[in-house]
Design a protein around this ligand. Structure first.
Ligand code: C2E
Ligand code: CA
Ligand code: CA
Length: 551
């Protein structure tokens, strides 16, 4: 310390930089006036500190290392650091650190706050739209380039969103509307979206590649576009005026194969132009084939909604029989007699209703009808022992009010629950196994039974099977089909049967179409059957008429 009390330090005292001198371990032995002024501590206080005391916590380890390397090797270090002032402010500085011949370290720092701010604002100017503060075209193209070079083989989407009739609106509301639109779009943005503004009233939403194929990317992008449309249709209030707008949206899908960012943007824009030409307030895809598939899907969805509202559905019944070919029950299969297209198979509309959530009202309707029918049977001497099986989708099982709803239907219809069987698939149960088990237990307490549908096509793991309150396993029809010709399928079926025996579960085979299949199953211990060999799914009256001779 006394070695420092020399007059030449006086010069440093007034230097325009922040100057300090420390021991090798960082203890401060000298600071100049500027250091005191900028850091806000008194000189005495600083002389009791080490340089690490005035460094941000997260940087201390790094700074300590740099300090040590200057001490060890004696190199000069020019580095950008942050210093914490007495008021807690982090000040960016450029530090020049030198080891002096006497072993002390000499540091001189320059405040670079202004340069940092300038750099930031340059970045802001370069990559952000001045009005909306959203990433601009340059930023978007950069991000798009990054997505395209990821080589994930996944598909992403680029949505160009253009406000309809903005030119005429501009005079009235101008920039305020664009800022409000940007705000709304920002609120719906997910972590895998990039939202940008290309200037004016053109916005872009980039959906990062994450869909395994073109079709699923198209669906996702379409959904997103619908969301944007709904969001923008809610009136904006600007200058105490309610403004209603709509948008035309163009979508281009990509998976980084050969497209360039510019090319993609062009595609999405041309799709957007097509949307404008189609009368605005629409969504168009660049790929026309995709466009028509989606259009068909939309149409089906609309019709499905209407069909549910108007209860256009009807139920078919397919008999289930025992070894003596006596009817023991039936599976209820929904049908949609479409006014124009004739009977539509559930294979076509059940997946769509699952995706759209329409399965909830539809499934409820099926269950209500089935229970009402079961109640009628329970009063008939001839039919009172039949068990009725109803298919239940994953979404239905996962609905919070699932148990309460079933209970209500049973109460309302006065049906005995012991003859109601719910068919669940493995995947439906597995999606949230704990929740499924709880609900199944609660339903079981009401007297309801469970059959595991399509068995063999999923995980088929014994481990969880044991935990489920099941009564029956239903061997999937894909195994039954080739049971007499494919040795592999025969082994699978035999294994499923012995596995079910071991678990004390009853087995039913579905899709039995021939006597040979029936005999094979019977010989290997499966004694309940369902399939065309015994009866096709039939409307109620035909089903009952066909039952009589079986009895
Ligand atoms: P699933 O539950 O596996 O139903 C069996 C399907 O196989 C039925 O098709 C039935 O008509 C058909 N089938 C029956 N016997 C034979 C046979 O011997 N050979 C062949 N090749 N096929 C046979 P469907 O009625 O078209 O139903 C298809 C799927 O739609 C059902 O598969 C089920 O997953 C779903 N589904 C039907 N109704 C409902 C419902 O009310 N709710 C729910 N959630 N899903 C339903
Ligand atoms: Ca079924
Ligand atoms: Ca099945």
């Amino acid at each position: 310390m006394n070695s420092l009390a020399r007059p030449d330090l006086e010069i440093l005292r007034y230097a325009p930089e922040v100057v300090f001198i420390t021991e090798a371990d960082g203890r401060i032995v000298f600071v100049n006036d500027n250091a005191v002024k900028i850091l806000g501590y008194s000189e005495a206080a600083l002389l009791r500190m080490t340089v690490l005391d005035i460094s941000p916590e997260e940087w201390r380890a790094v700074y300590a290392q740099r300090l040590a390397s200057v001490v060890d090797v004696g190199v000069r270090e020019l580095m950008e650091i942050r210093i914490i002032s007495q008021t807690g402010q982090k000040i960016p500085m450029e530090l020049n650190l030198v080891k002096m011949p006497n072993g002390l370290l000499y540091g001189s720092c320059r405040d670079i706050s202004e340069r940092k701010l300038a750099e930031q604002s340059l970045h802001q100017l370069t990559y952000y739209d001045a009005l909306t503060q959203l990433p601009n075209r340059r930023a978007l193209l950069k991000e798009l380039q990054r997505c395209l070079t990821q080589h994930t083989h996944h598909f992403g989407a680029l949505l160009v969103i253009d406000l309809d009739h903005f030119k005429s609106l501009k005079a009235v509301v101008g920039d305020a509307l664009l800022i409000a639109v940007a705000q709304r779009l920002r609120a719906m943005q997910h972590s895998n979206h990039t939202l940008a503004c290309l200037g004016g009233d053109v916005f872009v939403l980039l959906l990062e590649p994450g869909s395994p194929n073109l079709a699923s990317a198209a669906e996702l992008a379409d959904l997103l576009a619908q969301q944007v449309n709904t969001l923008l249709k809610k009136p904006f209030v600007i200058n105490e005026q309610a403004i209603r707008i709509s948008a035309s949206i163009g979508i281009a899908l990509f998976n980084g194969d050969k497209e360039s960012p510019d090319e993609l943007l062009k595609q999405a824009k041309s799709a957007m132009d097509a949307a404008k030409k189609a009368g605005r307030d629409t969504v168009k895809f660049y790929n026309p084939a995709l466009q028509s598939t989606l259009a068909a899907r939309h149409e089906l969805e609309q019709q499905l909604r209407l069909a549910i509202e108007q209860q256009q559905f009807t139920l078919y019944y397919q008999v289930q029989v025992d070894s003596q070919a006596r009817a023991v029950g039936a599976e209820v299969l929904v049908r949609w007699p479409h006014p124009q297209r004739g009977m539509i198979s559930p294979a076509e509309f059940i997946p769509l209703s699952e995706e759209t959530g329409l399965i909830l009202p539809l499934g409820l309707w099926v269950l209500e009808q089935a229970c009402a029918q079961l109640k009628v049977w329970q009063k008939s001497v001839q039919l009172r022992d039949l068990v009725l099986a109803v298919n239940v989708s994953a979404k239905q099982l996962q609905a919070a009010n699932c148990v309460a709803q079933v209970q209500k239907i049973l109460l309302d219809t006065g049906t005995k629950a012991s003859q109601l069987k719910l068919e669940l698939t493995e995947s439906a149960v597995l999606e949230n196994i704990e929740d499924s088990i709880n609900k199944m237990r609660a339903l079981q307490l009401l007297g309801i039974r469970f059959s595991l549908d399509d068995f063999g096509t999923g995980h088929s793991s014994l481990q969880y099977l044991k935990r489920l309150p099941l009564d029956q396993i239903k061997i999937d029809q894909s195994f039954v089909r080739d049971i007499t010709t494919d040795a592999n399928d025969a082994v699978i079926v035999k294994t499923i049967i012995s596995m079910s025996d071991a678990l004390g579960l009853n087995v039913i085979a579905e899709g039995v179409e021939t006597a040979e299949q029936r005999d094979f199953l019977e010989a290997h211990g499966c004694h309940v059957f369902q399939g065309y060999w015994f009866g096709r799914p039939l409307p109620l009256a035909a089903f009952i008429a066909a039952l009589t001779p079986l009895k």
